[in-house]
Ligand binder design. Sequence first.
Ligand code: GCO
Length: 253
Amino acid sequence: MPPALADRIALVTGASRGIGYATAVALAKAGAHIVAVARTVGGLEELDDAIKALGGSATLVPLDLKDYEGIDRLALALHERFGRLDVLVGNAGIQHRRPLVDFATADWQRVLDTNLTACFVLARTAARPMIAQRAGRIILTASMMGPAIARPTVSAYIAAKGGLVALTKALAVELGPHGICCNAIAPGYFATEMNAALLADAEFTAFVGKRTPLGRWGRNEEIGGVAVFLASAASSYVNGHALFVDGGLTAAM
Ligand code: GCO
């Protein structure tokens, strides 16, 4: 039985660390060739080593996702090299924590540009080859923050991630007729670098343990299997869904 993603080309953004890194490793383990995107190639070398150690392969692409023309150029280069694109994981994202009244417009714009607009541009770019091949998977890393819950000081992140779930639905209905499934992964609290400040806060960490039925933070590798599912034939009738990976947090009162 060939691996679930044998011969597939999967583009993963924000692949140098955290959820993106774990997703890229999981998709590589499932047989995909990974096109790993991060701001610098240096940040991708550890991932490249990890994928090679699995017997997999990766193409490392340094790209600032605010370079929207650069995203279009990347798609052309991928098409010339591989002739296809099977999976897009729009994962890259940033966080900015400030009370609303102190939240600068420039910081709001930066979070929205990186977390939401870049995913729109990536999806529009990936849709072209996927429409041509009448198959594809678009997976956006959203969050429980936005579609389900909110908390103070992260207004831009919440708005962007809520927008990602709405964008996922828009993509699902527009690309579904072309055989393309578009879904979101909505993580709960994961022990990522983005959350280092929260993990260092004993009170907040205790709060997450109490608020989450599984009693702990998520581990980055616990996202990988979900991404493989949404990227593979196993999810061939899942479209427009936001899959919460939160230990039950949003199920609890
Ligand atoms: C925060 C955190 C959260 C979570 C994220 C999980 O400051 O509350 O960054 O936003 O990490 O929502 O998806």
